[in-house]
Write a protein that binds this ligand. Structure first.
Ligand code: GAL
Length: 447
């Protein structure tokens, strides 16, 4: 990554940080605001540390089982395995995109004081609200300091991992959520271009439907994918300021714009595959691979999936910001944390050092379909899509993803998912808007 990109990143991430902090909302205690962009001052207390691994197990908990994400995780395991061949990695996965099943299993284990050695967690609210405030995590500030990472991570990234003067997890990537992926052959056959607007999207959908192709693939057997599509539509209709305001109380959930977004979503549902409720996100992506559907709106882990089944970006599949979101990068970040009472703590710290290293991130991200969280990733290792994501991340406005833990508390995300479960089946715009407005009130952000 060039120095220019790096400095853009710093700037952009400072903005991300401020909006994510703002999203903490008025109910936060002042003391809960994450600290400024620097590491906490060195304290008099001795820093925690860890010994070199000498053997034993390392249990890593995640939901990365689909094509692309599983390969990326495995690449990090290989980096770890080369350094510590005597350690046995236990790959504890619970299938279900966005942690839709894993998070419940993890919660049960954490409550029973039976944590894995390390687990995947989204940076931002999911990490801080779910685990740090519950006093279930060990800070990892010492890992950043011992490895000299305070200067290779953008301050904004460090901010969203920070709370109460400590850093609480190691970020492995930056993902983009607002991407429309399309089958290039189908688009060419039908004389279509990537739709930049909702009007263009619906015109393309009509053309595709007339040609006997499902316009939009959706796999909402985990309801988060409907929330994922909804957040992209909200961003498209409301714009980045209006969208960000949804999570701070500045945008009215009862507004005409939110009504319009819900209407757009309901109209999109006329063009999705009939079996959407039975499929997962990657099965929906496979419909696009097979030419049974033309488009899907999914985070760029779909890029990792497409590559895992042998496709090449810009050959078989193309991409564009989801309709009317050009110029905004809806972001989220996956990270790994150190639970209190990790059974093999030394191995866990060694794992976290791999996660945060340039070597680890440059092994993981090209397969995962994400860009490194570090500013010094080796750009030459990244494909044409990922290079475009790096450029967009540096140049675009940034908005936090709701569906992936960056915009709002876990409870609020659950309430939105519940509203979406009803909405995808009844398409009752007024009912959905009432439920979403109530979710903001219940989260303590709206009056
Ligand atoms: C997201 C996660 C991604 C990817 C996706 C589908 O929540 O951040 O890394 O795993 O779920 O599983």
């Amino acid at each position: 990554m060039s120095r220019k990109n790096g400095s853009y990143l710093v700037l952009v991430l400072l903005i991300v940080a401020s909006l994510l902090l703002a999203a903490c909302g008025p109910t936060e205690e002042p003391t809960q605001a994450p600290q400024a962009t620097q590491a906490p001052e060195a304290t008099q207390a001795p820093q925690p540390t860890a010994a070199e691994p000498t053997g034993g197990e390392l249990e890593i908990f995640s939901w990365w089982t689909a094509g692309g994400e599983a390969e990326g995780l495995n690449a990090m395991y290989e980096v770890f395995g080369e350094k510590y061949p005597e350690v046995e990695i236990i790959n504890a996965t619970v299938a279900g995109g966005a942690g839709s099943n894993a998070q419940a299993v993890l919660a049960t284990r954490m409550q029973a004081d039976d944590p894995p050695d390390s687990f995947q967690v989204h940076a931002g609210h999911e990490l801080i609200d779910s685990w740090v405030k519950a006093d279930k995590m060990e800070p990892v500030t010492f890992i950043f300091e011992e490895n000299g990472w305070m200067d290779v991570y953008p301050p904004g990234v460090i901010d969203i991992l920070s709370y109460d003067g400590e850093i609480w997890s190691i970020p492995v990537n930056i993902h983009r959520s607002n991407v429309l992926w399309y089958n290039k052959a189908i688009f060419a056959d039908n004389g279509l271009e990537a739709p930049g607007s909702f009007d263009a999207f619906f015109a393309a959908a009509e053309t595709l439907q007339a040609a006997g192709v499902t316009p939009l693939a959706l796999g909402d057997n985990g309801i988060w994918t409907a929330t994922h599509l909804m957040e992209s539509v909200l961003l498209g209709v409301l714009g980045p300021d209006g969208y960000r305001g949804l999570w701070t109380g500045e945008t009215d959930w009862n507004s005409a714009e939110v009504t319009e977004a819900l209407e757009v979503f309901a109209r999109m549902m006329e063009y999705v595959n009939e079996d959407h409720a039975a499929l997962s996100w990657d099965q929906a992506a496979q419909l696009v691979v097979d030419g049974d559907a033309a488009m899907t709106v999914m985070g760029d882990w779909a890029e990792g999936y497409f590559k895992s089944v042998g496709l090449t970006p810009d050959e078989e599949f193309g991409w564009a910001p989801s309709p009317e979101t050009g110029g905004t990068f809806m972001m989220l970040s996956d990270s790994f944390g150190l639970p209190q009472g990790a059974p093999h703590r030394d191995n866990a710290v060694a794992w976290l050092e791999v996660c945060g290293s340039q070597e680890g991130q440059d092994a993981f991200n090209p397969l995962k379909g994400s860009i490194p969280a570090r500013t010094d990733g080796d750009r030459s290792l990244y494909d044409v899509y990922l290079k475009s994501a790096m450029d967009d991340f540096a140049a675009n406005e940034i908005a936090p993803s709701l569906a992936h833990g960056a915009a709002a508390s876990t409870g609020w995300v659950t309430a939105v998912n519940d509203a979406m479960t009803l909405f995808v089946s009844d398409l009752d715009v007024a009912g959905a808007q009432t439920a979403l407005a109530q979710a903001c009130v219940d989260a303590g952000v709206c009056q």
